[in-house]
Write a protein that binds this ligand. Structure first.
Ligand SMILES: Cc1cc2nc3c(=O)[nH]c(=O)nc-3n(C[C@H](O)[C@H](O)[C@H](O)COP(=O)(O)OP(=O)(O)OC[C@H]3O[C@@H](n4cnc5c(N)ncnc54)[C@H](O)[C@@H]3O)c2cc1C
Length: 488
């Protein structure tokens, strides 16, 4: 059960041969590609954290046999595991400042596990045993998994079995004694090329007629027929030019992953047609992943606030009252996002599988805050930083013998601060504010906001709330007993 170092992780990727297309080209070794490397480096950094004494406190735990394993490949046994997850994700984000993707697989193995245990008891299947064997493999190799949840979905008003093209949701096309063959495509697959494995989760509720789409399985990322197509984002020029200061080191990508008649052996199939488990599986994934965002996005929020405060300092306005006011407003939002995820861990509940579920109400409230209010935090960061959050000349201009000195002279802030440091913090601010994957993920990551609102309403008994109001207003003095929120 050796925990990998960052170097071990990079070596392990070099053994993989994923079919990859980036900007229209087939790329044989994506790991060295400038659009892929920065996220791979972020993930490598998390592996290194497993080895330093501070990081290990957050990232390393013990499995059932007492062996030290990465928290990213362990089931949530109790509320302490859920609390530890949120704290770990914030800790890492504060040091990386963007997505490091390992939480997606962690949430997926737990979501799948929470349902297949029940499925086995109902149908006599042996999915739970298969999943545990898969988790053993992950723990033994300290491996990384991406979560394949979001299908391309075609006409959103139609169920999988109603689509004109059945491949718009990933589905089974054939089976034999060895396994199944699947076809379809999952989109927005965060860091698919940073992983060793992918775990597929159905994207929605399924009816009996959708049973061929009600599937879950694990797949090596370089399996024959699996094609990774790089998804474009803003600010790519920085990575492609390999220049421009300010969090140039880490970034994020999210690919489309096409499954072009991919064979999956039975031992890695975790759901096969038991349609009633698809909905709860994806709902649990969503609740777990919104809970994860409460950790990682509050950590990114810490970087946003720190960047704004540094810009104010470099511009000579750190002590002004409006900056202090904005910083406290920004903290209000990030701590609320974090606090709801902490609370969702405390108010968690157990399942027959032993996997602990987060409180869906609080984890979705955390995500709703992120989706709306984190943008206000970004807006205030830009307000504090000034227009220099965009329009900076490139590093190549600073290196130009004719204009470099002029740029350093005219872009100076406070006398004590070098122009280079002012440029660095301004570029970090630009990246935090305008990197499209981070910004759109605040809204749609872990499901769209309407899903979060639906889950919130499903978690609350509105009739009970009405009864409290009617009681106090003297309309009806018989409040519904003991309900209103599912907190307690
Ligand atoms: C940066 C980023 C990273 C991501 N990472 C991952 C990942 O690692 N793994 C993964 O599996 N997914 C990932 N996702 C996908 C994410 O979960 C989806 O984007 C999200 O679930 C929304 O789905 P969609 O993008 O297809 O939007 P759509 O489904 O097209 O939604 C667009 C709008 O239509 C509305 N809508 C959709 N269907 C209906 C309907 N039937 N009735 C009424 N309204 C409807 C929605 O509410 C929304 O407002 C990521 C997304 C982003 C942006």
């Amino acid at each position: 059960m050796a925990l990998k170092t960052g170097a071990d992780y990079l070596d392990s990727l070099e053994q993989l041969r994923p079919t990859t297309y980036i900007l229209g080209e087939r790329v044989e070794n994506p790991y060295e590609h400038p659009l892929i490397r920065p996220m791979v480096k972020g993930v490598a950094r998390t592996y290194d954290m497993e080895h330093d004494s501070e990081g290990a406190r957050y990232l390393v735990t013990r499995n059932e046999s007492g062996e030290r394993v990465s928290r990213f490949v362990k089931l949530y046994d109790n509320s302490d595991d859920l609390l530890a997850k949120v704290r770990m994700l914030r800790f890492i984000s504060q040091r990386i400042g963007t997505c490091f993707m390992r939480c997606t697989g962690m949430d997926a193995i737990n979501a799948v596990g929470s349902q297949v245990y029940d499925c086995d008891r109902k149908y006599g299947t042996d999915y739970w045993k298969r999943l545990l064997a898969f988790i053993d493999t992950l723990q033994a190799g300290d491996l990384t998994v991406f979560s394949g949840v979001t299908d391309v979905k075609g006409d959103r008003s139609l169920r999988p079995s109603q689509q004109a093209d059945p491949d718009l949701y990933l589905h089974v096309v054939s089976k034999d004694s060895q396994g199944i063959v699947v076809r379809g495509a999952k989109i927005h697959q965060t860091g698919s090329l940073c992983a060793h494995w992918g775990i597929v989760v159905p994207a929605r509720e399924m009816q009996p007629e959708d049973k061929d789409w009600a599937i879950s399985f694990a797949i090596p990322i370089d399996e024959e027929g699996v094609i990774h197509v790089y998804g474009r984002g803003t600010l790519e020029a920085r990575s492609l030019d390999r220049c421009d200061l300010g969090n140039a080191e880490y970034t994020k990508f999210a690919n489309m992953v096409i499954f072009n008649n991919v064979f999956v052996p039975w031992e890695r199939v975790f759901l096969f047609g038991e349609h009633e488990y698809a909905g709860p599986m994806v709902r649990n994934f969503g609740n777990f992943h919104r809970h994860s965002h409460g950790g990682c996005k509050s950590g990114v929020g810490d970087v946003i606030i720190g960047a704004a405060a540094t810009a104010a300092e470099y511009n000579g306005v750190a002590k002004t009252s409006h900056v202090s006011h904005k910083l406290s407003e920004m903290l209000k939002v990030t701590e609320a996002i974090y606090g709801c995820s902490i609370a969702a861990s405390v108010n968690s509940s157990s399942t027959p599988s032993g996997i602990q579920l987060v409180d869906p109400l609080l984890s979705n409230i955390s995500k709703l805050y992120e989706g709306k209010e984190l943008h206000e935090v970004l807006r205030m960061m830009i307000e504090i930083a000034g227009g220099i959050a965009t329009d900076l000349p490139s590093d190549k201009d600073f290196a130009n013998a004719e204009i470099g000195e002029l740029l350093r002279k005219y872009l100076k802030g406070r006398q004590e601060v070098s122009t280079e440091d002012r440029v660095r913090i301004s570029r970090l601010i630009e990246k935090l504010a305008f990197e499209s994957r981070d910004i759109v993920s605040n809204i749609h990551g872990a499901g769209s906001p309407e899903t979060h609102r639906m889950t919130v309403l499903r978690s609350i008994d509105i009739e009970a709330l009405k009864s409290y109001a009617k009681d106090i207003a003297g309309i009806d003095k018989t409040p519904r007993p003991g309900v209103g929120s599912k907190h307690d």
